[in-house]
Ligand binder design. Structure first.
Ligand code: SAM
Length: 285
């Protein structure tokens, strides 16, 4: 693959999903795309690049390239402290919100509180949130806050990871990556070699394919947005657009949580920053 062909591939990835691949990422492009080339019908990367330059690629090829080039690394309760913060600081607010919204005359149907896991990958983030909600309802719901008062939307651009998230089926190795034993016993069922998320948690979930680079304010309003370990892949211009849409669709006092290595410094002035333990929270005033 020559320099022009490498550029054709990285430009294509950038325009398809916003991921920036610098000149130092050729090894990554080769490593990720080589296994899918036979499925795409190309003998090597040069041939794929030539097809991209001619604009002669189908939706199926786009999907396979995006699936291969996205980094889907995730785990249960990733980084620990953001989920402690969700349990100890955010959930009590959400319980109060549920009770308050139930008391209003205009009470809307369906979930009273909505949470969005923006880059859901294989689902561990969204299910971790669901597990904390279920635990809190067992301890503090007192019959007034119920599972059906919560809705969790999980979205991702990769159809491969999303189908795993929808299945809610995990191997013992997946489970070993951060899921406490007691939670596994409470919320999963072992069938053969796989652990299945129980219906009690699954019924909170809705998973959808979504490219966050496209305008998304129509996905609805949210009280909490988890957008963790996604913005790092994008340009500052894209981050600004995404953050301003998050601001629009968050409810007043709503929370935005980013990954531990991400921040909104010099990208958005609308959010109010709050610290809770080791976690930085961004709130809509
Ligand atoms: C590193 S994972 C993060 C998973 C999870 N949020 C976490 O922190 O553990 C990043 C996810 O972002 C998804 N992604 C990449 N580009 C995207 C885009 N343009 N729109 C939506 N999702 C995207 C990838 O498919 C991948 O599953």
């Amino acid at each position: 693959m020559n320099a022009a062909e490498y550029k054709a591939i990285t430009d294509y990835v950038f325009h398809s999903c916003g991921i920036v691949l610098g000149d130092d990422k050729e090894y990554l492009v080769k490593q990720r795309l080589a296994p899918v080339l036979p499925l795409l019908g190309y003998k090597d990367l040069s041939e794929l690049a030539q097809a991209l330059m001619r604009g002669a690629v189908s939706f199926v090829i786009r999907e396979k390239v995006v699936n291969a080039m996205t980094t889907n690394e995730t785990s249960w309760f990733r980084d620990g402290h953001p989920f402690d913060t969700f349990r100890d600081k955010i959930l009590p607010d959400l319980f109060a919100l549920v009770r308050d919204r139930k008391n209003r005359q205009w009470q809307r149907r369906g979930p009273k509180v909505s949470i969005w896991s923006v880059a859901a990958s294989t689902g561990q983030e969204a299910y971790s949130i669901g597990i904390l909600i279920a635990d809190a309802i067992r301890l503090k719901g007192m019959g007034t806050v119920l599972m059906e008062d919560f809705g969790i939307l999980g979205t991702d651009i990769s159809s491969d990871v999303l189908s795993k998230a929808m299945q809610g089926k995990y191997s013992i190795i997946d489970i070993g990556r951060g899921l406490p034993r007691a939670m596994c016993d409470r919320y999963f069922t072992l069938n053969g070699d796989s652990y299945y998320v129980n219906e009690e948690i699954r019924k909170l979930m809705d998973f959808k394919l979504l490219n966050i680079q496209e305008p998304f304010t129509q996905v609805g309003g949210f009280d909490v947005i988890f957008c963790r370990n996604l913005l790092i892949y994008f340009t500052n211009e894209a981050k600004k657009k995404i953050l301003s849409q998050f601001f629009q669709i968050l409810a007043p006092n709503g929370y935005l949580m980013l990954g531990s290595a991400e921040n909104i410094y010099s990208l958005n002035d609308d959010f109010k920053t709050e610290r809770y333990g080791a976690t930085t929270l961004y709130r809509k005033p």
